[in-house]
Design a protein around this ligand. Structure first.
Ligand code: AMP
Length: 172
């Protein structure tokens, strides 16, 4: 079944810049049954572990985080690029290949009782997911783990993430 899903991820060479093979998830999103199956499997790995909030990373993480949160009976927390969230935010900066970037989350979104699942579409180097994890911990909540549709395993991003990591489709 995951072979069918893998066939719906389109490789786009040299996007957004030369040398990157971009994993385009939009063909999978277009296929109602494949999208439903992907969400169901991603959420299914985390049932019964008491996830109270799903933290979804801008922007493609929102596409999976929303339906996964509904399936798990959890609330949804968007983590966004700076300046997008309207209320008071907490912030974390993280290193990119060149320079730094930052992520923000509403300060009142999580509490010390929360068990959080962090969701994104693709795990590459793990820097973004690690930063989202740091943001969650800054707010006193517990990171239960990370869920991705696609893992670029050759980049070994999961090594940077201390907690449980699940990915539906893996590229060696
Ligand atoms: P990283 O911080 O290196 O793990 O990069 C993760 C973020 O960049 C995720 O939000 C992904 O959506 C995006 N990303 C990185 N590499 C790719 C890729 N090859 N194809 C699609 N998205 C990617």
């Amino acid at each position: 079944m995951t072979e069918n899903l893998q066939g719906l991820i389109r490789d786009v060479p040299d996007f957004p810049r030369a040398g990157i093979v971009f994993k385009d998830i939009t063909p999978l999103l277009l296929d109602a049954s494949a999208f439903a199956r992907a969400v169901s499997k991603m959420a299914g790995a985390w049932t019964g572990v008491g996830i109270s909030k799903v933290v979804a990373i801008e922007s493609r993480g929102f596409l999976f985080g929303g339906p996964i949160a509904v399936r798990l009976g959890a609330g949804l927390v968007p983590v966004r690029k700076p300046g997008k969230l309207p209320s008071a935010t907490g912030r974390v900066e993280y290193a990119l290949e060149y320079g730094t970037d930052a992520l923000e989350m509403h300060s009142d979104a999580l509490g010390t009782d929360d068990q959080v699942l962090i969701v994104d579409d693709v795990l590459a180097t793990g820097g973004t997911a690690q930063a989202a994890g740091d943001l969650v911990k800054q707010h006193g909540a517990k990171v239960a783990g990370f869920s991705f549709l696609v893992e670029l395993a050759f980049l070994d991003g999961r090594r940077r993430l201390g907690e449980r990591v699940e990915a539906l489709l893996r590229y060696a």
